[in-house]
Design a protein around this ligand. Sequence first.
Ligand SMILES: CCCCC/C=C\C/C=C\C/C=C\C/C=C\CCCC(=O)SCCNC(=O)CCNC(=O)[C@H](O)C(C)(C)COP(=O)(O)OP(=O)(O)OC[C@H]1O[C@@H](n2cnc3c(N)ncnc32)[C@H](O)[C@@H]1OP(=O)(O)O
Length: 240
Amino acid sequence: MLRSCTAGLRSLWALRGGREGVPRPSTDLQPAPRLFSAEKVIHTDCALPNPSWSKDLKLLFDQFMKKCEDGSWERLPSYRHRCAQISEDFKNYFLEQKPVKEGRLSQVRLFTRGFEDGLGFEYVIFKNNDEKRTVCLFQGGPYLQGVPGFVHGGAIAAIIDTALALCAAVPGKAIMTANLNINFKRPVPLCSVVVINSQLDKLEGRKLFVSCNVQSVDEKTVYSEATGLFIKLDPEKKSF
Ligand SMILES: CCCCC/C=C\C/C=C\C/C=C\C/C=C\CCCC(=O)SCCNC(=O)CCNC(=O)[C@H](O)C(C)(C)COP(=O)(O)OP(=O)(O)OC[C@H]1O[C@@H](n2cnc3c(N)ncnc32)[C@H](O)[C@@H]1OP(=O)(O)O
């Protein structure tokens, strides 16, 4: 059992961007890229199973990977660092904004990818472009505790923001959250797996209206419902 498990881990490590036989760095965090530079960094895809994933999460992942086989769904890769192009888009838009100070650059991470495996946000998002919807499989780790035993409301807001952003995301376009409304109906138990079903409801000029619900795996419990408004940044319009 142990041997097959390590073999499985080794192949998963390779899948996540590691190289067979190359020892896995003590932390998987690559040195962060210069935030607004075009230099290339090696990206580790974090939206893949790792040993911290529960049986439920792995089962759902396998189910959705099967849906991807006919091309109707796709698994969205997810990296700790924004790719240089999106950062460039934001830099152009927020011209006056001072980039992160040189000394702090090495610490930059996408917030929801800043935790060691299993301790924070474990998630993977699948997208159906024809149906303009996404499904996010999320397991909230022990570092996300709010009320004892339950996931912090801010952590739920963060994963909802991410799921809705990727539902609204237009390839190559920078978007930002303008409005996020969440109804917290039931607390989400820590380390449980939930499913976030998001859909794009309306497109009006640069405005993208999206909504989602957060459900238990058996769909018997609705934990939260949310709506969001995302705005496509207008390159002609410098914001600040
Ligand atoms: C930044 C992090 C990286 C984000 C990555 C981005 C893209 C996604 C791609 C991959 C995603 C992968 C991972 C990302 C994970 C999570 C993504 C999180 C995204 C965020 O977490 S992002 C941070 C929080 N977010 C902000 O920090 C925004 C602060 N904000 C502003 O920067 C401006 O506010 C802006 C740019 C939003 C709009 O500015 P603007 O000048 O371009 O547009 P303007 O104001 O003209 O509004 C145009 C029309 O929207 C209407 N409108 C505007 N706001 C409204 C509101 N609140 N309610 C109702 N209507 C509203 C107006 O009424 C007008 O409507 P109309 O055209 O009908 O008159």
